[in-house]
Design a protein around this ligand. Structure first.
Ligand code: NAI
Ligand code: MG
Length: 489
């Protein structure tokens, strides 16, 4: 056995990958970022700024403006003005050209965006480079194509834009969530005020630069930064027609209460606790890869993460052993290293939440298993973790942990696993692994989840709608369904 390093792949042969860090020299970051309102970067009224850090080394990357009520008012006013005077009147084909231009500029700057995404949020460069950034650009391409075809998308229904959309996004897929929100809103003729999460504002601000470069009319997209208070001010602004939110179920409930009794429309994409179900006839090695991808992808900071594993009893020992073996090869460490599988936890607060759940799980009597990899001393990191001997009533099985932590249960019959999988307040996604098509169709109709993946996991495409049942929220983003969330008929 070789000496363990952060890049440890040495559990059998004693060798490790040489470091392969992505270059950061090509990126352009300012020390301070202002608010993007009415096509210009403007200082916050009160002159307040907060810092965004790199969670992999705890270093401050930049300071970012904190928008207060005055700033929110300015942004909404700019959006309303742009809606009434320019964007709401512009023919769809013209709107489409701008959206295409934004997509192309994102592609041109993809490498820079990927590096900044990994620095600001902690996700492995392999993911930001291969998943987040290309998918974000693809959302703009996809919705650009709809801009002049809304009448065909909804025949005989005369679709009309809503007006100004307030959009609030989380820190787990910062640029991708901005794209999910902005692209369909613009395609339908709305203008927007977007607030990124306070720990990951930088790629949204780079997108503001791209939007400026694209020549999009001023005020069509406004990007304001700040924390929950700024978000709440946006939600409560009287001149907003729609709130689109992705984040925690707790904040989703606050938003629903805040807009009750108003004419504001809303789509909420909230938490999840997906069942990933492995039958004894599944291609087991493929399933093990899918389980690993389902829970360790993006440090488990994924609302649709496959965080509850159900294995058919007669193959459980084998699947668990294969999982443990595969976990041992996962590289935890520098997000900018191309070999890294699991990057940094997004913030100190999120790491505390995860560590608290590890304690809760042990106190509840579940058996904790972690890979033996070493983790960097500086920064926020968590080893890939399994909880064995868990039961339905455990908090670690019922509550969203949002970290690289997988709970494992076994089952004997199809009926039993459907009941267990559905016995949870959430319903965002699920996974099924089996050789039998009939079993897949049986489960897709009975699992109360917005997305069910079969023999794969965490697959995304702009053409395919995404959204939840129960406390995972309502409304759909992506695809044709994603358009109707920004239209009235
Ligand atoms: P959060 O829900 O507080 O943050 C999401 C966004 O909402 C951020 O932009 C935040 O500034 C904003 N926000 C916070 N309070 C608000 C309010 N009262 N009104 C309007 N906007 C508000 O999520 P947080 O605290 O960062 O994470 C807590 C937990 O939420 C995580 O551990 C995870 O379980 C879950 N979560 C789920 C996400 C998902 O994709 N469904 C994304 C992020 C977190
Ligand atoms: Mg940050």
């Amino acid at each position: 056995m070789g000496k363990k390093t952060t890049n440890s792949l040495d559990f059998t042969s004693g060798w490790a990958y040489a470091p392969a860090p992505e270059d950061t020299k090509h990126i352009q970051l300012k020390k301070q970022y202002d608010l993007f309102i009415d096509g210009k970067f403007v200082k916050p009224t009160k002159g307040k700024y907060f810092e965004t850090v790199n969670p992999a080394n705890e270093e401050v990357i930049a300071s970012v403006a904190e928008a207060d009520e005055n700033d929110v008012n300015k942004a909404v006013k700019a959006a309303r003005n742009a809606y009434q005077k320019v964007w709401g009147k512009m023919p769809g084909a013209e709107r489409g050209k701008y959206i295409y231009r934004i997509a192309r500029l994102m592609q041109e700057r993809a490498r820079e965006l990927a590096v900044i995404e990994s620095m600001d949020g902690g996700k492995p460069i392999r993911e930001s480079r291969d998943i987040d950034i290309p998918l974000a650009a693809n959302h703009f391409f996809y919705y650009a194509g709809w801009a002049d075809k809304l009448n065909y998308a909804f025949p005989n229904r005369k679709p009309k834009a809503l007006g100004v959309a307030g959009q609030i996004i989380p820190w787990n897929f910062p640029l991708l969530m901005a794209a999910w929100k902005i692209a369909p809103a613009l395609a339908c003729g709305n203008t927007v005020v977007l607030k990124p999460a306070e720990t990951t504002p930088l790629t949204a601000l780079k997108l503001a630069e791209i939007i400026q470069e694209s020549g999009l009319p001023e005020g069509v997209v406004n990007i304001i930064t700040g924390a929950g208070k700024t978000g709440a001010t946006l939600v409560n602004h009287p001149d907003i027609n729609k709130i689109a939110f992705t984040g925690s179920t707790d904040v989703g409930k606050i938003i629903q209460k805040a807009i009750a009794g108003t004419s504001k429309k809303s789509t909420l994409e909230l938490g999840g606790k997906a069942a990933n179900i492995v039958f004894d006839d599944a291609p087991i090695d493929q399933a093990v890869e899918g389980i690993i991808n389902g829970i360790f992808f993006n440090q488990g900071h994924v609302c649709c993460a496959g965080s509850r594993l159900f294995i058919q009893e007669n193959v459980a020992d084998m699947v668990i052993q294969k999982l443990k073996d595969r976990m041992e090869t996962l590289i935890v460490g520098n997000p900018l290293d191309k070999n890294t599988d699991i990057g940094a936890i997004n913030s100190k607060a999120q790491l505390n939440t995860i560590n608290n759940y590890l304690k809760i799980g042990k106190d509840e009597g579940a058996e904790l298993y972690q890979s033996s990899c070493s983790i960097p001393k500086k920064g926020y990191f968590c080893r890939p973790t399994l909880f064995l001997n868990t039961s339905q009533s455990h908090r670690i099985v019922q509550e969203e942990i949002f970290g690289p932590v997988l709970t494992i249960q076994t089952f004997r019959t199809v009926e039993e696993v459907i009941e267990k999988a559905n016995n949870i307040p959430y319903g965002l996604s699920a996974g099924v692994w089996t050789d039998k098509g009939s079993k897949i169709f049986n489960l897709t109709t009975k699992l109360r989840a917005g997305v069910v993946w079969a023999n794969t996991y965490n697959k995304f495409d702009p053409t395919s709608p995404f959204g939840g049942y129960k406390e995972s929220g309502f409304g759909r983003e992506g695809g044709l369904h994603g358009l109707s969330a920004y239209l009235e008929f």
